[in-house]
Design a protein. Structure first.
Length: 86
């Protein structure tokens, strides 16, 4: 489908409203990127190897995979692949 995979992690894994009650403001919207987007990745095994490495280095974090469209410069999809302790 031409999307570029990226692995991200976060210890909370949810959006919250801790610091402000303004409309449209949420904490936790941005996760930490694991390394760089995987430009040139051609198979799922290389992406899953990065997920496993991220999991080993961040065992208490939620981990997700995102798919970016490099033409439109937007995130097109994302899904959770690991929860803390898995």
């Amino acid at each position: 489908n031409g999307l570029i995979p990226c692995v991200e992690f976060d210890t909370k894994g949810v959006t919250t409203r801790e610091h402000s009650r303004m409309p449209g403001y949420y904490d936790g919207r941005y996760w930490t990127m694991w390394k760089l987007p995987m430009f040139g990745a051609t198979d799922a095994s290389s992406v899953m190897a990065e997920v496993d490495e991220c999991k080993a280095n961040n065992p208490d974090s939620f981990i997700r995979i995102l798919g970016f469209d490099n033409i439109k410069q937007v995130q097109c999809m994302g899904f959770l692949v690991a929860r803390p302790g898995q």
